[in-house]
Write a protein that binds this ligand. Structure first.
Ligand SMILES: C[S@@+](CC[C@H](N)C(=O)[O-])C[C@H]1O[C@@H](n2cnc3c(N)ncnc32)[C@H](O)[C@@H]1O
Length: 770
């Protein structure tokens, strides 16, 4: 059963004051009253400002010098002395905080004063805001508060200072979670901007901050260097809040106690890329004003706490405060994600508890699997059904004979033997089954099944299919040695051995399988992979049921027209294979023919942080019957198949990909006599347009465009950081042609802007044993 999201009701200082006026003696404090009333209305938590307006007033009087006129000199000196005393020993007065008892702090999400300006452009305001933040965090920590919600950064230019201050707080506490409230995008990006934005409370020592009268939540307006620009929101502005988040969490070294409170106050954008990027981030709270179209909460993972503000404001007259909680619970319960998780037989139901959990891939060749592992495989309703279909069609296509021989190689506990016998019966053909298995323990189970179920229709052979001798050659060879990346459990190598006993015109089921990759963003997977902080953990491919993951690539060829699809094929293996040179026993002389490499070019439509690669496989069992975990074909080919989760190839360091960049991924499947392993590497390029008619251009068209030498100036080179522009995609190819320019392929070049190191060289961290 999927857990329901927790709900929190958000209160202002005014709400607390009103609760105080309503106190009838049944609650010890107004906050305890609000907590009790909220529980009764269906809310699990309350969300409160930690400080009162009194604290803001004192801080302002000490730290913001009102004006520098001669009369004020004494006053200023006194304020400065008070400020220095406070800086030396920062502390609150009782009336400056909203909570002071342990029982008040338990079900409370605490909001740090939202007038603090940790990213002020004024050095002193920033300095004193940081001291105030540390004071608030220390006080919350004293009261055992588990989560504090931080005000959003507002100035792109000072976001690193903001991040540094948060990092200090993370270091000074051991258990407390810090959640930064950020809107999904800056709504100001979509407003016409005739005059410069007024940054909230941007103060200097000579001006008075215009802080709101209560610590009221308002969706922040972010000022970026582009704030004065065009009516149409460029990519950089829409990205601004996410870009700031990325800087903060990077400076905080991906600390797992740093999370996001995603503010859904702005209307949700139609562009899925803007929403999807938050899927890869640790969104632990969703901030939802009562005025919001609340159906939008349904797609969010993690079961975040949903903080609802303004529920007591009487905005919607019907239903009262409880109605919001009831409606959110209803939307959640009826969402497709929750429905799927609650329906037996779906991958979502099966995978509960495994989401984003890193597992080492099986090594069924080197290790002997446990019975419980086989039992888990055998619960898959789709894999065995498709195998049976494949065997059935192969039998029907095979010339009728009174002696068709089938071999199930790697029979495990026998489910494919059983399905083969059913297919034989359905086809009405006369066929016999050999079953080969090298796991001595599973072989005991096979013996029992032969005795009790299969009798003379099956003959068992114990041993490795690469060496075992069968009494005759077989017509149909059935194996299931596939990994999440197709060949990563060494199916090609095992089948090389088993092909010895397949007739030259015999059928292999599967007949082929292919490996596929896409660039992936997921702070959770990145953090999980580097838990041990050892290089080995970052150079090992993992099996993972993806949840908080965003695929960064897009379809459409990219700016240069040279990029491939969103998810791309690396390579394929076909069986029975004819290309290996074999010895007198029919075994390949070396494993060189199973070496593979691929170089793939991905278009990155929206900026993002790449944490690694997502790996998938597709297999053709026979004819039109297959197996797939490729996101684009899985539902068509093998919907609800449970046996394989995708593979995650981590990166040691996250790689920033700007909007409209080109990512080139290289991956190799390598081998020696004892092992097979993968190595991977990525390079990043920005496409650039040249002035088309300039004679000084010279473009390297020899390879994949990795170098672009140009002595003339580029037109519209996007910045690799925040302000990548979306000028290129908005220029449709047809428009380019209309305007008389050449096709993008001949006018676009690329500039290299980044790369990763080579992962797993020589198989030093991960390999599969032969
Ligand atoms: C992924 S399991 C599949 C088991 C079973 N066919 C099923 O579908 O449930 C692969 C099986 O092949 C066996 N196997 C792997 N390599 C083998 C080899 N070279 N020779 C014989 N058996 C092998 C393993 O022991 C394991 O039982």
């Amino acid at each position: 059963m999927a857990d329901a999201a927790s709900l929190a009701s958000c209160f202002t200082f005014d709400d607390i004051s009103q609760a105080s006026a309503r106190t009838d003696g049944s609650d010890k404090t107004p906050v305890l009253k609000l907590i009790r009333e909220s529980h009764a209305k269906g809310y699990d938590f309350v969300c409160l400002p930690l400080t009162t307006p009194k604290w803001r007033e004192r801080w302002r009087n000490m730290c913001i010098v009102p004006s520098a006129s001669a009369n004020d000199t004494d006053e200023n000196a006194t304020a400065e002395q008070q400020a220095e005393a406070w800086r030396k020993a920062p502390s609150f007065l009782h009336e400056e905080v909203t909570i002071s008892r342990l029982d008040e702090a338990v079900p409370v999400l605490v909001m740090v004063s939202d007038w603090l300006q940790l990213d002020s452009t004024d050095d002193w305001v920033r300095h004193d805001s940081e001291i105030a933040l540390r004071q608030e965090v220390a006080y919350a920590s004293y009261l055992n508060v588990q989560t504090v919600i931080l005000p959003p950064p507002r100035h792109r230019s000072q976001v690193a200072s903001y991040a540094r201050a948060i990092n200090e707080c993370l270091k000074s506490t051991t258990y407390m979670n810090f959640s930064i409230r950020l809107p999904i995008y800056d709504p100001a990006a979509f407003q016409p901007k005739e005059s410069p934005p007024i940054p909230p409370s941007a103060t200097s020592v000579s001006s008075t901050p215009s802080a709101p009268s209560t610590p009221k939540i308002v969706t922040p307006r972010i000022s970026t260097s582009k704030s004065l620009k065009a009516a149409r929101a460029p990519e950089g502005e829409i990205n601004a809040t996410w870009e700031m988040w990325d800087i903060i969490r990077t400076l905080c070294d991906y600390n797992t106690r740093l999370t996001l409170t995603l503010d859904l106050t702005p209307p949700l954008p139609s562009n899925a890329g803007i929403l999807n990027r938050w899927m890869a981030e640790p969104v632990h709270h969703i901030f939802l004003p009562a005025s919001t179209f609340i159906a939008n909460v349904k797609g969010y993972p993690h079961h975040p706490i949903i903080i609802m503000s303004g529920v007591s404001s009487g905005l919607h007259t019907k239903g009262g405060e409880s109605a919001y909680a009831q409606y959110v619970r209803h939307v959640e319960k009826t969402s497709s994600a929750v429905q799927a998780a609650m329906t037996a037989g779906t991958v979502e139901h099966f995978a509960q508890g495994y989401q984003d959990y890193l597992q080492n891939p099986l090594q069924p060749l080197m290790d002997n699997l446990q019975s419980i592992t086989y039992q888990t495989f055998e619960q898959d309703p789709v894999k065995y059904r498709n195998y049976e279909e494949a065997v059935y069609h192969a039998l029907m296509d095979w010339p009728d004979s009174d002696h068709i021989v089938i071999c199930v190689a790697g029979a495990g506990r026998g489910p494919l033997v059983e399905r083969s016998l059913t297919a034989i019966k359905r086809s009405g053909r006369s066929a016999f089954v050999y079953a080969v298995e090298k796991n001595p323990n599973a072989f005991v189970t096979l013996q029992g099944r032969k005795q009790n179920e299969w009798g003379d229709s099956v003959q068992l052979f114990f041993g490795d299919m690469r060496h075992v001798e069968l009494p005759e050659q077989v017509d149909i060879l059935i194996t299931e040695l596939l990994g999440s990346f197709g060949d990563n459990e060494l199916s090609p190598e095992c089948l090389d051995g088993a092909t010895r006993f397949l007739k030259p015109d015999g059928i292999s089921i599967p007949s082929s399988y292919s490996a596929h990759l896409a660039p992936l963003s997921s702070s959770k997977l990145f953090n999980n992979a580097r838990i041990s902080r050892e290089i080995k953990g970052m150079e090992t491919p993992y099996v993972v049921m993806f949840q908080n993951v965003n695929i960064l690539s897009g379809d459409g060829g990219g700016v240069s027209g040279r990029c491939g699809r969103k998810i791309q094929q690396c390579w394929e293996f076909e069986h029975p294979r004819k290309d290996a040179t074999v010895d007198e026993r029919g075994l390949p002389l070396t494993n060189s023919h199973n070496v593979r490499s691929a170089k793939l070019s991905f278009h990155i439509p929206h900026s993002g942080i790449m944490h690694g690669l997502a790996g998938y496989f597709e297999a053709v069992l026979y004819g039109h019957v297959g197996l797939s975990i490729h996101p684009h074909s899985k539902d068509r080919v093998s919907k609800d198949m449970l046996s394989w989760f995708p593979l995650f190839f981590p990166f040691k360091e996250p790689l920033y990909l700007p909007s409209n960049s080109e990512l080139h991924v290289s991956i190799w499947r390598l081998t020696n006599e004892r092992q097979v392993w993968y190595e991977w590497y990525a390079e990043l390029f920005l496409p650039v347009f040249n002035a088309p008619s300039s004679p000084e251009h010279s473009e390297d068209t020899s390879g994949d465009g990795s170098f672009f030498t140009c002595t003339s100036s580029h037109v519209a080179v996007p910045s690799p950081v925040i302000d990548a522009v979306d000028a290129f995609p908005s220029l449709e190819r047809s428009e380019l042609r209309k305007s008389g320019e050449e096709s993008p392929r001949s006018t676009a070049g690329v500039i290299k802007i980044g790369q990763t190191s080579l992962h797993n060289p020589g198989g030093r961290s991960s390999w599969i044993g032969l």
